[in-house]
Ligand binder design. Structure first.
Ligand code: BES
Ligand code: ZN
Length: 894
């Protein structure tokens, strides 16, 4: 179209900005008024006009743009004139600002100047306000959160990841405050009560990574070997709680510098704890922001699980400094390149820093959460279409993170660690200061490895779902058949190129196979040959030998698929579990696959319970902790399907968990392992939930000691939740005192970890009136917005109450948590626990007039889960042998 015929209309409803002009450099000044919670700014954007246009189209939202202030000056050598626009149109629905001129703009460089004002909002996005206390007084701080598309709420900009530019930022702030941005300060000029702080110009980077933080802080600092300073900023008086994260950061940076063989790209790195923060953490270039609970660690007041999650979070955000910040995804469709990789690398780094944490076994938690979400018809491909800014938040989900990280893990174990690392290093070098797509990465990996990476991996990233591989044994052959696994029991029509690994009777006897077709065969005579005198396959093999003829597919669970064994193979594996011949990861995987098959009604609950009974002697922490989570789900199922068996199933689980729990006891031992500490807490919580008298009695005793002495060693942070759960079990409207004690602790503590722990226990009480009171508490000003979702894990007796409360408060909830993924987590928590089709219909009807693109997918996923639950409940009711099986299991060991 000829440029003269351009009109504003054509810019409406487009997923991306037009590319007539691209930004090169932003010169941005922002003056902050923290008392009035307002700001005013001026931006000069050097742009390259690359094609004929009389319009400049950029993003802006929730800003008052001063139309009179807008100008454009082209830098052409002969005519340097300042033009004024002839029209300025703000299109709210598309969050764009269209600046039109009478004439075409000359091709080449120019500068666009705009002044604007805005409010520090309470939505935890854009440039927002967080609050804290200083000397007993409430104060405001100013913070930014721009990912995915909220830089436009702070200043007008080309707010897309591919439109990289440099940033020169200056802030006008009260003189007594600390002002931070991506780059180090170059100049600070005081002028009475205010000062102007100017920062060095950044290298080219995406807008979503720009950051500003202004407030009062203390910090701790450590140097990297090449002199780069790393700092952790905390609230005043808490800087010692930043030391652990600082130490992790320094070590992780050294590791990444080696791994990528590319230096850390910026002159400094700051990490800041922010009291009000929507996500867990944000990787802003050189200025990483965190929720307090994701950054602060206190030797006395923090639990081992918080310590671990601080390490995972810090290593995750620092991996982004290369994967994401230096090399950025071209568009949000490739978000997984950021999040999947940062997730995977955080385990790599944490494993190297804390080898005793078995973090790669814990990685199975990621794989599991990816597999569970991706078993829904309402899942989405890793590479997902994104057509509007309001759809982006929702894809920060277990597909991008957990499935993303898992398919990377699968590929790495297929290609080998060293070839994989070499390829990643050359990918980072090749695309540094630029953008890349998924296919660019495959191309580099293909070059390095000589393997058909693109063909194989596209089957995992371009289609949703994954296969269940059905294996059965026939003579000397394993017959293998893949079909898409869905939790609703249907078979999808997807097909994958799946790297299979098979292990026969011992981990020394392994075979690899790239499954490319729907069905395939594997001759296991070959494996027999490898077995050197070990007993064979023959069906007559004696009992003693039977323990050695197991066949395990997906060795150590590095593949993103499930395995469904025929009865014969399943029985042999059960035997191998009992004989302790499998690794912890494989024991975890067998249980998880079996559980998933049960949810999909491909295996009865009786048979899942029989598998579970093979774990009676389980000692591995991570396997035990997975058993606990599976037990919770089964208890819920039994409560819905066959409530008359509830007491017996709980008894079985108590028997199962009591032994490892008693071994660990309540009290920490000198020099005990990190995993012991974490498991102790989980087992005690589970026993308390299942109503184990002895545990509950002990918990209550310790709780009362703790009430009188908050630093008593009888109830450290690692076991405290068990005590809270136990005391809340006895609370009712006529016996409120433990509940009130918990609220008192909540009000007294200034630790986010403790507050969150209490919130997560309040609604575990069986009395619906107390539950309602707790839910209302979540809406009070005493609970920070980001923390409310912790309080939604409502006990079974409170589901209806919670749903009614949710409907009654929907308008307020929607308004207050509208910023994106937090609202989605409300829906997931309240909706997905239901288990009847009638309820699904009721929820659907409620949302019929209320749904929004920002949570549409999550809502559909939750509804699908309700229907899957309903089907599972019905199926379990028909399990004729269930009563007998449960009774027998409950009797065992009692
Ligand atoms: N880039 C994300 C933060 C983010 C999430 C921004 C959602 C916008 C929307 C960050 O790198 C991240 O992934 N944070 C995680 C923590 C991590 C340890 C998984 C988070 O916030 O949970
Ligand atoms: Zn991330």
């Amino acid at each position: 179209m000829a440029a003269q015929q351009q009109s504003v209309e054509e810019f409406k409803g487009q997923p991306r900005l037009p590319r007539f002009a691209v930004p090169r450099r932003y010169d941005l000044t922002i003056a902050l008024d923290l008392v009035r919670s307002t700001f005013s700014g001026a931006v000069e954007i050097a742009v390259d006009v690359v094609s004929s246009t009389r319009f400049l189209v950029l993003n802006a939202a929730d800003l008052s743009v001063d139309h009179q202030s807008v100008w454009f000056r082209s830098q052409g050598s002969d005519r340097q004139e300042t033009k004024r626009p002839s029209e300025i149109v703000e299109i709210d629905a598309d969050e764009i600002l269209v600046v039109g001129f009478d004439d075409l703009l000359p091709i080449g460089e120019g500068v666009l100047g705009i002044r604007f004002t805005g409010t520090l909002n309470d939505q935890m996005k854009g440039l927002y306000r967080s609050t804290y206390e200083y000397n007993g007084e409430k104060r405001n701080m100013a913070v930014t959160q721009f990912e995915p598309a909220d830089a436009r709420r702070c200043f007008p900009c080309w707010d897309e990841p591919a439109l990289k530019a440099t940033f020169k930022i200056a802030l006008e702030v009260p003189s007594d405050l600390i002002a931070l941005s991506n780059m180090p300060v170059v100049n600070e000029k005081a002028n009475g009560p205010v000062k102007t702080v100017s920062f060095e110009e950044s290298p080219i980077m995406s807008t979503y990574l720009v950051a500003i933080v202004v407030g009062l802080f203390d910090y701790v600092e450590a140097p990297l070997p090449d002199g780069i300073k790393v700092r952790v900023y905390t609230q005043v008086g808490k800087s010692h709680q930043g030391k652990f994260a600082l130490d992790v950061a320094v070590k992780a940076l050294e590791l990444y510098i080696k791994y990528f063989s590319v230096p850390y790209p910026l002159p400094k790195l700051d990490m800041v704890a922010i009291p009000d923060f929507a996500a867990g953490a944000m990787e802003n270039y050189g200025l990483v922001t965190y929720r307090e609970i994701a950054l602060l660690y206190d030797e006395v007041h923090s639990s081992a699980s918080v310590k671990q999650s601080v390490a995972i979070t810090v290593t995750h955000e620092l991996a982004h400094q290369w994967f994401g910040n230096l090399v950025t995804m071209e568009w949000w469709t490739d978000l997984w390149l950021n999040e999947g990789f940062a997730t995977w690398m955080s385990y790599l780094a944490t494993d190297s820093l804390f080898p005793e944490w078995s973090i790669w076994t814990q990685f199975l938690g990621q794989t599991t959460s990816g597999l569970r979400l991706d078993a829904l018809a309402e899942s989405h491909p890793i590479e997902v279409d994104v057509n509007h800014a309001n759809e982006i938040n929702e894809i920060f989900d277990s597909i991008s993170y957990s499935k993303g990280a898992s398919v990377i893990q699968m590929l790495q174990s297929y290609l080998g660690a060293s070839s994989f690392q070499k390829a990643l290093a050359s990918y980072i070098k090749r695309y540094a200061y630029s953008n890349a797509k998924t296919e660019d990465l495959w191309a580099v990996l293909e070059e390095e490895s000589g393997e058909p990476v693109k063909e194989m991996m596209s089957s995992w990233t371009k289609q949703k779902g994954y296969p269940a591989v059905y294996v059965k044994i026939k003579g000397h052959e394993l017959e293998i058949d893949q079909s898409q696994f869905l939790s609703d029991g249907t078979l999808g029509d997807g097909q994958w190129i799946a790297p299979l690994t098979v292990c026969f009777g011992s981990y020394d006897v392994q075979k690899k196979l790239l499954l490319k077709t729907k069905v395939d065969k594997l001759d296991i005579m070959e494996l027999l040959g490898l077995q050197e005198g070990k007993p064979g396959l023959s069906e007559e093999s004696s009992q003693e030998n039977a323990g050695h003829n197991w066949i395990k597919i997906n060795v150590n669970q590095t593949g993103f698929y499930r395995v469904h064994y025929d009865n014969e193979l399943a029985a042999r594996l059960k035997f191998a579990i009992e004989a302790n011949q499998l690794t912890g990861t494989d024991r975890f995987g067998i249980l998880e696959d079996s559980f998933a098959l049960c949810v999909a009604c491909k295996q009865t609950l009786s048979s899942l319970l029989s598998v579970l009974s093979a774990y009676r002697e389980e000692t591995d922490h991570i396997v035990l902790s997975h058993i606990v989570t599976v037990c919770y789900k089964i208890v819920k199922l039994v409560a819905d399907a066959t409530p008359e068996l509830l007491d017996d199933i709980k008894l079985f689980f108590i028997n199962l968990l009591q032994f490892p729990s008693e071994k660990l006891g309540w009290d920490a031992r000198n020099g005990e392992s990190h995993l012991d500490v974490m498991l102790r807490g989980q087992l005690l919580v589970a026993l308390a939930r299942f109503g184990h008298e002895k545990t509950i009695k002990e918990a209550i005793k310790r709780f009362h000691i703790f009430l009188n002495d908050r630093i008593t060693s009888v109830l450290p942070p690692d076991t405290r939740k068990a005590a809270y759960v136990a005391v809340m079990k006895s609370v009712s409207i006529s016996n409120k005192s433990p509940y009130e004690s918990l609220l008192e602790i909540y009000r007294q503590t200034d630790e986010s970890e403790e507050k969150v722990r209490i919130l997560s226990c309040l609604t575990s009480c069986p009395d619906p009136d107390i539950i309602l009171e707790s839910l209302n508490f979540l809406l009070s000003s005493e609970v920070r917005k980001q923390d409310a979702v912790y309080g939604l894990g409502v006990s079974r007796k409170g589901h209806e109450t919670a749903w009614r409360w949710f409907k009654e408060n929907w308008d307020l909830i929607e308004k207050r948590w509208s910023s994106g993924f937090l609202l989605s987590s409300f829906i997931v928590a309240i909706v997905s626990q239901f288990g009847t089709v009638e309820k699904a219909a009721e929820v659907e009807e409620f949302f019929a007039s209320r749904t929004k693109p920002a949570f549409a997918r999550t809502l559909n996923q939750s509804l699908e889960r309700v229907r899957i639950n309903a089907r599972w409940i019905e199926y379990t009711r028909k399990d004729a042998s269930l009563g007998e099986v449960i009774k027998e299991l409950a009797g065992r060991g009692a």
